[in-house]
Design a protein around this ligand. Structure first.
Ligand SMILES: [Zn+2]
Length: 85
């Protein structure tokens, strides 16, 4: 007897436990690359897995990210940007 029907496990991998953890240090380290890729239209999320999640949960890094993104994008006219002390 051969079973040709195999269950797709692809769905189970969407929220698998094998996610990389990104801390503030790693975030800061990869932020340049992440912003660069995002602005280039590349898959920044795939290049630096876990970083987007860190940004979502870390206001400090998110502020860094937004500032850097504006800087790299050449948009120095953005409002709401406070000078870093
Ligand atoms: Zn952080």
């Amino acid at each position: 007897m051969t079973e040709r029907q195999r269950p797709d496990r692809a769905l189970g991998r969407l929220l698998g436990p094998g996610r990389p953890e990104v801390d503030c240090e790693t975030c800061f380290d990869e932020l340049d690359r992440y912003v660069d890729m995002q602005l280039a239209g590349a898959d920044a999320d795939a290049a630096v897995p876990g970083l987007a999640e860190h940004l979502a949960g870390c206001p400090a890094c998110r502020e860094d990210f937004e500032s850097l993104r504006d800087l790299v994008a050449g948009d120095s006219d953005g409002d709401g940007i406070s000078p870093a002390g």
